[in-house]
Design a protein around this ligand. Structure first.
Ligand code: PMP
Length: 391
């Protein structure tokens, strides 16, 4: 099968593997063991990685905390703020279309008495479907609001939210702002100053790095940004996240981000071209296909590699079963650990049927035009076959 599921995860780039290998059997010291050269060499790698990542997102090295991935980063940001003694109240603002790694921790806090406002983005019948209206965020923020959490790029429909505007708003109102940038770092320009985020999550395995490692940007200069740690122990990373550092993963994360940023412009142009080819081919071959999410032709509102569409008059599960020569993901339950139809598509007001018969492509670095032609063929044939069955 051909891999088109690059929002779920990505193949590790061989150039990333290359820089990770020496950390396994050669530079294997514990970066906290500063009494000898083994530890010092590892510590230097970690510091270099911090510097590499920080400089690619407009941060300072000391503002990058390494975690096991964006799920942990989101949890650390949310719990870190909400468990900390705060000047403001117990209210949080987020979107219905956030990742579960934001929504579920917030639900835990809600059960403990915190108040969570979940804003709906523009609905499926709006040309800018998926985008949040900044005025809605403005209206939702009150004197009790402790935290706003909005993602930069959505993992299902690729929508890019107006984070800089929301960041400015949060700054004006004195509210802490967390941004899940997991699908954005290394794919689109990200600058924590321009975006005015206080906390920002990212992950290696979405950008051709290894699984199980990610980071959280924590704004240092602002004394209001103090986090309660979630993991306690040896006091690594200024006590914010104890545990021996994952040197191999961290080195891989940094190289993945470095390559992503260096090649972003040309890669996005190439990938957007592949997506145009895919969408044109699908529309030509299949009747009743509907784009989910914002327009494809505006790179400011949608990731280059994302295509998400609903197919009328087919059963979603049957469709997935019949496109097994390509690896894509579905709006129905069968591809995820979560047995519910996509909460993001449902959050756009899409019917349960159209949600279930939706397919998500994440076109990535290793995809080619020939593969796209095959994908068009596979999906078109599957739809034709299924429609013939019910006709
Ligand atoms: N946030 C977003 C937007 C994501 O796409 C993902 C991965 N599906 C996560 C968080 C979780 O990241 P990780 O797998 O690194 O925990």
């Amino acid at each position: 099968p051909i891999y088109f599921d690059n929002h779920a995860t990505t193949q590790v780039d061989p150039r990333v593997v290359e820089v990770m290998l020496p950390t396994l059997a050669e530079i294997y010291g514990n970066p906290s063991s500063v009494g000898h050269v083994f530890g010092e060499a590892a510590k230097e790698l970690v510091e270099q990685a911090q510097q590499t990542i920080a400089s690619r997102v407009g941060a300072e090295a000391g503002e990058i905390v390494f975690t096991s991935g964006a799920t942990e980063s989101n949890n650390l940001a949310i719990a870190g703020v909400l468990n900390q003694r705060r000047r403001r109240g117990d209210h949080v603002v987020t979107l219905t279309t956030e990742h579960k790694a934001v929504l579920d921790p917030l639900e835990q806090f809600e059960q403990r008495g915190y108040r969570v406002t979940r804003l709906s983005p523009k609905q499926a019948d709006d040309p800018m479907a998926g985008l949040i209206d900044v005025d809605q965020v403005r209206e939702a923020i009150g004197p009790e609001t402790a935290l706003v959490s909005v993602m930069l790029a959505n993992n299902e429909i690729g929508v890019i939210q107006p984070i800089a505007e929301i960041g400015r708003l949060c700054k004006e109102q004195g509210v802490l702002f967390h941004c899940d940038a997991t699908q954005a770092v290394g794919k689109i320009p990200v600058d924590v100053q321009a975006l005015r985020v206080d906390l920002m999550s990212f992950s290696a395995h979405k950008v051709y790095g290894p699984k199980g490692v990610g980071g959280l940007y924590v704004r240092k200069k602002d004394p209001r940004v103090r986090l309660q740690p979630s993991i306690f122990g040896g006091g690594q990373q200024r006590g914010l996240r104890s545990g021996t550092l994952n040197v191999t993963g961290i080195v891989g994360l940094a190289e993945a981000v470095r390559l992503g940023v260096a090649e972003m412009e040309s890669e996005n142009a190439r990938i957007a071209q592949l997506r145009s080819q895919l969408w044109a081919g699908l529309q030509e071959r299949i009747s009743g296909v509907h784009l989910n999410g914002p327009p494809l032709d505006d790179p400011r509102v949608r990731l280059a590699g994302n295509l998400n569409f609903a197919v009328e008059k087919v059963d979603g599960e049957a469709l997935m079963m019949n496109v097994r020569e390509i690896a894509v993901s579905s709006g129905s339950a069968c591809t995820s650990a979560n047995p519910q139809p996509s909460h993001v598509l449902r959050g756009l007001g899409l019917s349960e049927d159209l949600t279930r018969s939706s397919l998500r492509f994440g076109i990535g670095r290793f995809n080619t035009a020939d593969q796209v032609e095959i994908a068009i063929e596979v999906v078109a044939n599957a739809v034709a076959k299924l429609r013939k069955l019910i006709a």
